[in-house]
Design a protein around this ligand. Structure first.
Ligand code: HDE
Length: 738
């Protein structure tokens, strides 16, 4: 097939990306023969015939009708007509990257998985991040869960860890998943709203299903509006099993811990970014990798010995519960590094097929009923999305080990299987392919003992819906709590049906009375009391509704520090985006000093000016401009600096866009720095009355605003402030007109 052959003079891997600089691994080598570069090649048809005219179809006379025999036109248009495949039913919007995983030291004590044994061995990975509810073209900044799906191409076959950026889920049983997704997706009559949960059907469903209480606390928290995919945690959610070479099994929760800390944007900012740059997260991931700032996470595991299964006050099989890190610490066992952007979005990011059921020896499932249902769904969905049973042959999906079995044929089969036998047992094919025993690495399921009745029922151990929702709320910092209150007030404020709002207030009252009261205040509603209505409406026909009501329990832990983003590292400004506001007459020396210091710490610095092109500095130096006030916006940066220079300062102080830029940066709690000579610009802002009294380090760290007459010292203070990420305390007055 012509598409599988390298074009003449082609170079592998594709030139022009940092990818090319990265050493080969088993997966990049595997992808190379399928990667095509047209540099220096002639255009030809899919049948390999060179094309001389790609501008005109074949016609009967130059004004006449097109001819059916024009095989070049027909082929081109036909292929175009069939370019689209169905988008993912959930997680349609996403971005992905290649990378590698390395374990720090052998995990043989708990698992026999080969990729978790040798610290020298590098396992290639492909990771896709996503939102859940929106369509393929929707904004990256939706308030939503983020998918965090990792495909490990191990020497024992593919292991997919298909997780999210939140450690729990909305529902306990897979049978409710279509209902949940139907409720959150745009409403079916008018297909409104896109990529948003702030509408009646979602909250109608949630308010009838108290088991979702813990998860909605996470979704209403800032975790749902990450600053970057590179600054999110990841979680396997379910309890899985690890099994060692002796067959000893333990329970495990998987975590991903980002080395850049966990950070979010402000909700007002998120909504603005959705307009200014809906590809914000996609661009951020792409740019970081292209510029060699490879995103990194540590893989963490919480291991629970098999015999401790029932030692917790929640059920390990219940996916609406997490294991607090205070009870079982997260051991960091290895590092994931994303180091290469895909060459082709469709071929790789769109066609990658993850499946929670892709496991390798040493890892196994548990009876979590959500996990069990997922085991069916993921292959099934690829059959419609990728068109047939051979999707495992698509280059991005195939393992780095050869595949030998007796599965044959089907749509688009690529493999040419030799021989007469496609059955087992056989003698005509020498008995091949052989079965592998334990010694040869054959997979065998953990022989869990089960003695039970076949029954449609939920375990009583799944009925505590509020204690961990409360633990989560209690563990948040004050600003994080305020954001959760605001998020509920926003979302329920968009709900038209008052009964749904009220029902949700009743659920919130079970979690925290203060939370419920504040949301009720914002909605000007009362929390319904003295009602006989059951809280849980998700009840089988013949069941006693009373038996299905939540159990009111209190977690023995009052708070869990790991649940708050405020407690994650704030020690770096690497890859943070800093805007320098400048106009003609800017002080080039100050600008360059601060810029150099920021770059040295790994920040990304852009000059934003009234016009595109360049500004002419006080000393006549031409300073390139990256964005104008039309193409740049405060919401696209983490921090802003205003250098001195008499004319520049006068221009910016009188420029509404510059002043708006600063007001918005203040409103979104970002670090702001100015030369003392630029103070006039800050005086023109709304926050001029809140400028700090001095430039002591403690004052700057409290206010997030640094003003200094020495650019070197200013840079030092600014860097400390940017590393703090945001100064949420500023939000309290919430009266900034930007
Ligand atoms: Fe998924 N989910 N899911 N999910 N999921 C899909 O598979 C499903 C769940 C997650 O980047 C689909 O290939 C069911 C939990 C991610 O390609 C589909 C249930 C978690 C991705 C599907 C769940 C996830 C998906 C749609 C309840 C976190 C994107 C397209 C039983 C642990 C993977 C596809 C990517 C995608 C079904 C619940 C994570 C339909 C039935 C819990 C990250 O198969």
């Amino acid at each position: 097939m012509s598409t599988k052959k390298p074009a003449k003079d082609s170079v592998y891997p594709q030139p022009g990306s940092s990818s090319a600089a990265h050493p080969e691994n088993a997966k990049t080598t595997d992808l190379a023969p399928d990667t095509v570069d047209a540099s220096g090649a002639y255009m030809n048809t899919n049948q390999g015939v060179k094309i001389s005219d790609d501008e005109n179809s074949l016609k009967a006379g130059n004004r006449g009708p097109s001819l059916l025999e024009d095989f070049i036109l027909r082929e081109k248009i036909t292929h175009f007509d069939h370019e689209r495949i169905p988008e993912r039913v959930v997680h349609a919007r996403g971005s992905a990257a290649h990378g590698v995983f390395k374990v720090y030291e052998s995990q043989a004590a708990v698992t026999s998985a080969a990729f978790l044994q040798d610290p020298e061995a590098e396992t290639p990975v492909f990771v896709r991040f996503s939102t859940v509810a929106g369509s393929r073209g929707s904004t990256d900044l939706a308030r939503d869960v983020r998918g965090f799906a990792v495909k490990f191409y191990t020497q024992e076959g593919n292991f997919d860890l298909v997780g999210n950026n939140m450690p729990v889920f909305f529902i306990q049983d897979a049978i409710k998943f279509p209902d949940l997704i139907h409720a959150v997706k745009p409403e079916p009559d008018n297909e409104i709203p896109q990529a948003a949960s702030a509408h009646d059907t979602f909250w109608d469903f949630i308010s009838l299903m108290p088991e979702s209480a813990h998860m909605v606390m996470w979704v209403m928290s800032d975790r749902a509006i990450p600053r970057s995919y590179r600054m999110m945690e990841g979680f396997g959610v379910h309890t899985f099993r690890l099994v060692n070479a002796e067959g000893v099994s333990s329970f495990v929760k998987f975590h991903w811990k980002p080395l850049l800390g966990v950070h979010s944007v402000a909700w007002d900012e998120a909504q603005n970014i959705s307009g200014k740059d809906p590809d914000f997260h996609r661009r951020d991931l792409w740019n970081a990798i292209e510029s060699g700032n490879f995103p990194e996470w540590e893989l963490g595991i919480q291991v629970v010995p098999e015999e401790d299964e029932h030692k917790f006050e929640f059920d390990l099989l219940d996916p609406t519960k997490l294991i607090p890190e205070e009870l079982v610490p997260v051991q960091r066992i290895g590092k994931l590094t994303l180091n290469r952007n895909p060459d082709n979005f469709f071929a790789e990011t769109e066609q990658v097929a993850f499946h929670v059921g892709h496991i390798v020896p040493g890892i196994d499932f548990t009876n979590d009923p959500l996990l069990q249902g997922r085991l069916f769904s993921y292959t099934d969905t690829q059959l419609i999305r990728l068109g047939g049973p051979n999707f495992h042959e698509i280059p991005i999906n195939r393992p780095v080990v050869p595949v030998y079995n007796n599965q044959r044929d089907g749509h688009m089969r690529q493999t040419i299987n030799k021989g007469k036998t496609s059955y087992h047992p056989n003698s005509l094919g020498g008995g091949c392919p052989f079965l592998a025993g334990k010694m040869e690495g054959g997979f065998s399921s953990y022989p869990e003992r089960i003695e039970a009745h076949k029954i449609r029922e939920r375990s009583r151990s799944f009925f505590d819906h509020f204690s961990q929702a409360r633990l989560f709320f209690n563990s948040q910092s004050e600003p994080e709590k305020n954001h959760i209150i605001d998020a509920f007030s926003f979302e329920l404020g968009k709900v038209q049906t008052v009964a749904v709002r009220e029902r949700m207030l009743r659920i919130l009252a079970q979690i925290d009375s203060g939370l419920a009261a504040q949301v009720a205040y914002a909605l000007r509603l009362h929390i319904p009391k003295d009602t006989d209505e059951p809280l849980n409406k998700s009840i089988p026909a013949d069941a006693d509704p009373a038996a299905y009501q939540p159990e009111m329990k209190e977690s023995t832990l009052a708070v869990s520090g790991a649940l708050s983003m405020a407690n994650t590292p704030k020690d770096t400004i690497q890859t943070r985006q800093v805007a320098i506001l400048a106009a003609d007459g800017v002080d080039a020396k100050a600008l360059n000093t601060v810029k150099k210091a920021l770059l040295a710490q790994g920040a990304v610095v852009e000059v934003v000016a009234p016009r595109q092109g360049y500004v002419i500095a006080e000393n006549d130096e031409q300073i390139p401009v990256d964005k104008s006030f039309l193409t740049g916006a405060s919401v696209l940066y983490d921090a802003v600096y205003v250098p001195g220079g008499v004319n520049s300062v006068a221009t910016l102080a009188a420029h509404p866009d510059a002043v708006h830029f600063l007001n918005e940066a203040f409103k979104h709690c970002k670090a702001i720095a100015a030369d003392e000579a630029a103070q006039q610009v800050l005086e023109a802002t709304y926050f001029h009355k809140k400028l700090p009294a001095d430039n002591e380090e403690a004052t700057v760290l409290a206010s997030g605003i640094a003003i200094h007459d020495k650019p070197g010292k200013l840079a030092d203070l600014f860097i400390l402030a940017i590393a703090q990420h945001r100064f949420w305390e500023r939000e309290v007055p919430r009266k900034i007109p930007a």
